[in-house]
Design a protein around this ligand. Structure first.
Ligand SMILES: Nc1ncnc2c1ncn2[C@@H]1O[C@H](COP(=O)(O)OP(=O)(O)OP(=O)(O)O)[C@@H](O)[C@H]1O
Ligand SMILES: [Mg+2]
Length: 226
């Protein structure tokens, strides 16, 4: 489960004095096994929320617990270790390393976990196969299409078998068939792990694959179903 208590996140404006409040006192509980869909206008604070919850950004105040672990209250190094072992993150703009090929990019979390070559192959090969991009393993990011880069970023997030998945617009560059396949695959994955999947998306295809819907609006996360 994920517990967010009185979460506040703001950014300094250019004058370095005033602040733009982006996540405004958010309280939310995501239960084990749930797939969560967050939608909202561009600039409403959805990506910021994912970064706040996962500790990628330092928050102004509040508490975030993932499976009871107080990720908001530990030092950066502990945050990184917890994330590496328990969370998969897919960033909106992929964040692939230009100088590494697709396979090496996807393997980064496993390299950080000091896995050997054979374990890395066993984790990555089935994912490259299931997402139909086996043929691009040796290509660098600049040689890949948007949808191929997106799938590499998804494989990088999944290769450690995390229980918690935070995915930002993961089907923005995929066609409708691949989007349906991806959400269907990830739904089964989260249910099997009894984890939590938090999906930020503008893609209506996601509707058939989620359990709870929230809108990010004026800094608040508002439950829209049930
Ligand atoms: N690092 C930053 N420094 C300053 N302002 C930021 C920073 N990151 C985001 N913002 C601002 O915070 C607000 C929310 O941005 P965010 O990226 O969370 O929106 P979003 O809901 O994900 O939008 P989109 O749907 O376009 O991806 C925006 O006004 C943005 O300009
Ligand atoms: Mg965003």
């Amino acid at each position: 489960m994920i517990d967010v208590i009185d979460l506040n996140k703001s950014f300094y404006l250019h004058d370095k004095k005033n602040k733009l409040v982006v996540n405004n006192n958010i309280n939310v509980h995501f239960k084990q096994g749930a797939l969560i869909w967050i939608f909202g206008n561009s600039g409403s604070g959805k990506s910021t929320f994912l970064n706040s919850v996962t500790g990628v950004h330092n928050i102004d105040s509040g508490i975030v617990k993932i499976d009871g672990f107080p990720i908001s209250d530990v030092v950066d190094n502990e945050k990184s270790i917890y994330r590496l072992n328990n969370c998969g993150l897919v960033f909106q703009f992929f964040e692939l390393i230009k100088s590494l090929n697709a396979y090496a990019n996807a393997s980064i979390p496993l390299q950080l976990l000091k896995k050997n070559k054979r374990d890395i192959e066993m984790a990555l090969n089935p994912l490259f196969e299931v997402f139909d991009i086996e043929h691009i393993k040796q290509k660098k990011p600049k040689e890949l299409s948007g949808g191929e880069k997106q799938r590499v970023a998804i494989i990088r997030a999944l290769c450690t078998s995390p229980r918690f998945l935070f995915a930002d617009e993961i089907t923005a560059s995929l066609d409708m068939d691949m989007s349906s396949f991806m959400y269907g695959y990830l739904r089964k994955y989260i249910k099997r792990k009894n984890g939590v999947g938090v999906f930020v998306s503008h893609d209506p295809v996601i509707k058939n694959y989620i359990d709870e819907i929230y809108e990010m609006k004026e800094g608040k996360l508002i439950r829209c179903d049930g």
